[in-house]
Design a binder for this molecule. Structure first.
Ligand code: GDG
Length: 724
């Protein structure tokens, strides 16, 4: 049985040492709940640090056993490892660099060495667990080297990686002394996920500039393997926040706060202490609001929750001081006996109290300088059951790509931020409802479970594709074997594409008519009574008829629209049926949701996805993606996927080379089948073939569903001649 192994720096449970014993506390984090549904399934596990320095082997064993019952495997880290690997390289080198705070980054060789060693430690822990069939999903910036380490030990493993923080521009990555090693580490995965298209674009650019691997449609060819890169915006456990906000405890807390605040309206800000979160800028903007609009004094307060984090690191301590000083100064300057401008809490709250703050607030201020996604923004949206409330969101949070109905601001523009607060406070109710409703629809649908499923499905798909796309050269040994099978068979089917397969391309397509050699070759093959020779082409039937119609061979023309068995009349291949739309429409809807500006056109016998109005680069990428997705989805059906000008059309009636070829297979039930082709439409033929068929791709690109490949049309003719 195959299992899923989740690996992250921290386990979703925190082990705490109290005076008497050890306690095990579940983590509240979004990742823990989102992946909870996966790691608790039979056999699955989560590997990570339990957050505790163990004292001896017996304590280690105790923790290990306790966690085992809840599907977790601990990796024990020492204090020096946490200092150098975690606080050092992870949080003082990678975190500032990836959040565009290079000026805070340190570059310590000893931290790097600890980072390598701890990634290696995680690698050993995973290898001790993982079987060859297992799927390994690695998380976040603390484990960038792990995918390649795992790959080296297990070349066939299925490995996914997701980065929770931004991936910055190449200009920042290039500053790191270990930049190549870090990228190579990530490329050990089969699938690399980022929150946004922007991050993914930065990653592809860094890989291209630093490692020289180009990419197409998010696929990187490393030489050894294809690595797929894609955007998966992470969601929250929506229902959990809806319920927490509706809970009796939350309602009660809100009532207590409300009573204390009387009529004062609330703007809310919640973050971990971090320079990336823009906390000080937010305070200055609030001050500007009450300077510019004195009418809000005594009417509005800012409730600011800052959750202690990393305060051992110098910049964090300095930031804490700055915040303390700002809050103190602003409050001292503006407060009145009945009104406190800023209610500042430097601690964390239980979930229900957090939910009561979400309920209480009319405006949420989520204004990070940089943030991978920012889940607080989504949690606020989920908590506003009545549809009231305004979200002010930084354009530099990943969430801004999805939550376009928020008031989107530039967090360094203090004036704009103050104006946005004012606008939010005066926003009419119906506009609030409209914006909030749209965001709720999105956040509830693309929740954390959908996110995890999308990632896992994509990983499985990537892996299947890697396997199906392995093509080997048609060697003399294979040819020998092919001829033996050919000789032994009573019925033989030869499916031959025309352009690029039997005849070389000509700049003028009408000049590519068959030469004498080809006509004789086809004639000789067709004269053998056991052989059924079929020309299977995208060309129109009139051309094929004119060029080869005199031969005793079959024709499949216009990619399967028209058929003509030897000696018969042309006939249409057509079954007009729309049932497939039920399955295909949801896929298109998914792409509409993932590609702002795109839409679906419903036609009588086809569905069309239009992306002319989408961001050009994203549209082109999603189109590739959708094509791949649809090609895969429709492999065993009779659908045709066509790419047009900024459109992708899926047609009914199962008209493609594959379905036509399948009809020939069913009719003649050959003991030997040879299918040769050179382009994408021939992949349909290859796909329709039984596994024992000889499928041959012509051309130098090795990626094909065909089992074998040859270099040119000359080789094809040689192959066919050898059958005579
Ligand atoms: C990283 C990326 C990305 C906060 N205060 C309390 C509390 N919280 C919870 C929030 C939210 C979580 O902490 C914070 O999540 P964020 O996404 O906002 O930020 P990071 O911790 O920096 O997370 C980030 C994320 O990974 C996921 O990929 O979105 O960009 O930086 O869930 O609710 N929870 C409780 N009490 C508090 O006082 N219970």
């Amino acid at each position: 049985m195959s299992r899923t192994i989740i690996v992250s720096n921290r386990l979703p449970t925190k082990v705490l040492r109290t005076e008497e014993s050890l306690t095990f506390q579940p983590s509240e984090g979004g990742l823990a709940t989102g992946l909870g549904s996966i790691y608790r399934q039979q056999g699955n596990v989560w590997v990570g640090w339990p957050g505790l320095f163990v004292e001896d082997a017996s304590e280690e064993e105790y923790v290990r056993e306790q966690l085992r019952d809840d599907s977790m495997v601990p990796v024990f880290l020492t204090e020096p490892e946490i200092r150098d690997f975690y606080e050092g390289f992870s949080n003082s080198t990678l975190w500032p660099t990836f959040h565009y705070f290079s000026q805070y980054a340190t570059y310590e060789q000893s931290h790097w060495e600890a980072y390598v060693a701890v990634n290696e430690k995680f690698c050993q822990a995973v290898l001790a667990l993982a079987g060859p069939e297992d799927t390994i999903w690695v998380h976040d910036y603390q484990l960038l080297l792990l995918p390649a380490m795992l790959r080296q030990a297990r070349p066939e493993a299925t490995i996914g990686f997701f980065l929770h923080i931004p991936f910055p521009s190449y200009e920042l990555i290039r500053v790191l002394p270990w930049r190549k090693e870090l990228l190579e580490g990530m490329l050990g995965a089969d699938l690399l996920g980022f929150h946004t298209f922007g991050y993914m674009r930065h990653f592809l650019s860094a890989v291209s500039q630093l490692l020289g691997f180009s990419s197409q449609n998010g696929q990187i060819e490393t030489g050894a393997r294809t690595v797929l890169v894609d955007a998966f915006p992470m969601g929250i456990d929506y229902e959990r926040y809806v319920q927490a906000a509706a809970s009796a405890a939350a309602v009660q807390h809100e009532a207590v706060y409300r009573e204390a605040l009387r009529e004062v309206r609330v703007i809310l800000s919640i973050d971990r202490l971090d320079y990336s979160k823009g906390i000080a800028q937010r305070l200055r903007a609030f001050e500007l609001l009450i300077q510019r609009y004195p009418e809000w004094r005594e009417q509005v307060s800012l409730i600011m929750v800052v959750v202690p984090s990393r305060d051992q690191v110098a910049q964090y301590a300095a930031l804490k001081e700055e915040i303390d000083e700002l809050v103190g100064r602003i409050n001292a300057q503006y407060r009145t006996i009945g009104w406190t401008p800023i209610h500042y809490f430097y601690r964390s709250f239980p979930l229900e109290e957090l939910a009561s703050l979400y309920r209480l607030a009319e405006v949420a201020l989520v204004t990070p300088m940089r943030d991978g996604m920012n889940l607080v923004a989504k949690e606020f949206v989920a908590s506003k059951a009545d549809g009231h409330g305004v979200l002010i969101l930084s354009e530099r949070a990943g969430a801004a790509r999805e939550l376009s109905d928020a008031l989107i601001i530039n967090p360094t523009d203090t004036g704009q931020l103050a104006e946005a607060m004012h606008d939010a406070l005066v926003m009419p109710e119906d506009e609030q409802q409209l914006r909030m409703g749209a965001m709720q629809a999105l956040v509830s649908q693309y929740n954390v479970f959908a996110w995890a499923k999308l990632f896992m499905d994509r990983l499985a798909y990537t892996k299947i594709k890697q396997h199906t796309l392995a093509t080997e050269m048609l060697t003399p040994a294979v040819l020998q074997q092919l001829r033996v099978h050919y000789q032994d068979a009573q019925q033989r089917l030869l499916l031959l594409d025309y352009d690029g397969t039997l005849a070389p391309f000509n700049t003028n397509p009408q000049r590519a008519q068959p030469d004498q050699e080809l006509r004789l070759l086809l004639q000789a093959l067709a004269d053998i009574p056991q052989n059924r020779v079929v020309i299977i082409s995208g060309r129109d039937r009139h051309t094929l008829e004119a060029w080869l119609g005199h031969l005793p061979i079959d024709f499949i023309a216009e990619h399967g629209v028209w058929l003509r068995p030897a000696g018969e009349e042309w006939q249409l291949f057509q079954t007009l049926n729309n049932e497939w739309m039920r399955d295909i429409r949801p896929i298109l809807e998914l792409y509409v949701a993932r590609t702002a500006g795109s839409f679906i056109e419903d036609k009588e016998y086809s569905l069309v996805w239009h992306y002319r109005r989408a961001d050009a680069e994203l549209g082109a990428m999603r189109a590739r993606d959708l094509l791949n997705h649809l090609t895969f989805m429709t492999s065993n059906s009779d659908l045709q996927v066509m790419e047009g000008n900024k459109v992708i059309e899926i047609k009914t009636a199962g008209i493609n080379k594959g379905s036509a070829a399948a009809r020939w297979l069913a009719t003649y039930q050959p003991g030997f089948t040879l299918a040769i082709g050179d382009d994408r439409t021939d992949e349909d033929t290859f796909r329709a073939m039984p596994p024992e068929a000889y499928t041959v791709k012509v051309g130098s690109t090795p990626r094909s569903l065909a089992r074998f490949s040859v270099a040119s049309t000359t080789d094809v003719r040689k192959l066919l001649r050898s059958l005579l």
